[in-house]
Design a protein around this ligand. Structure first.
Ligand code: HEC
Length: 166
């Protein structure tokens, strides 16, 4: 076997191992049924709030930026849709790592609202970026099986054209 072939096979084996390992370890996000549906719906709302915040920031609309950041912060997941018992169950289905990521997300949204209130453009950009990184980090690190794009090799990461054309 040629050396390059061997190397390719080795690389293949390594990434495959990593994949198996990721599958075997305890999941960070184990919601199912109603909780999963609600979490998903909440994410869709957050997604659209994030798009709006991009526009507000670009226009310098600090009032709406603050309001939206605060709304997401205060309503993030299940403030009203789940009963107390259901919330408790949910707590047991999210790992410590997941909750830490949620907490960072909350904190950065609160900071974004705070600096937007002060009309601080530079810091608004800074915390907007933090919030965006929280989205990415949580998806990439806690639900890799869902967000497989992060793990595609360069060659196959063709951005889906339909998504770009909104
Ligand atoms: C603490 C973790 C966490 C953070 C922070 C987070 N998400 Fe999510 N997100 C999830 C999980 C878990 C799912 C999968 C929910 C499901 O369908 O079960 C998800 C799903 C989504 C989906 C649906 C994807 C699909 O194709 O079904 C979108 C869109 C989304 N998130 C956008 C965002 C945006 C935008 C942000 C930041 C502003 C964000 N999320 C922050 C955990 C997070």
């Amino acid at each position: 076997m040629k050396l390059t072939t061997k190397l390719i096979l080795l690389l293949f084996a390594c990434s495959f191992n990593r994949f198996v390992f990721a599958q075997e370890k305890e999941a960070d996000y184990k919601l199912s049924g109603k909780q999963k549906v609600i979490y998903h719906q909440e994410m869709v709302k957050i997604d659209s709030a994030m798009a709006k915040m991009t526009r507000y920031l670009a226009k310098g609309d600090f009032v709406q930026l603050r309001k939206t950041a605060q709304d997401v912060r205060n309503n993030f997941v299940l403030k009203s849709k789940l009963t107390l018992d259901e919330k408790k169950v949910m707590e047991t289905k999210l790992s410590k790592k997941f909750k830490t990521m949620e907490a960072n997300f909350y904190r950065h949204l609160a900071k974004l609202a705070e600096v937007a209130k002060r009309r601080d453009l530079e810091l608004s950009h800074f915390y907007f970026d933090k919030v965006l990184k929280d989205c990415t980090n949580c998806h990439k690190n806690t639900t890799p099986e869902k967000f497989t794009n992060f793990f595609r090799k360069k060659k196959t990461t063709t951005t889906t054209q339909t998504q770009g054309k909104k």
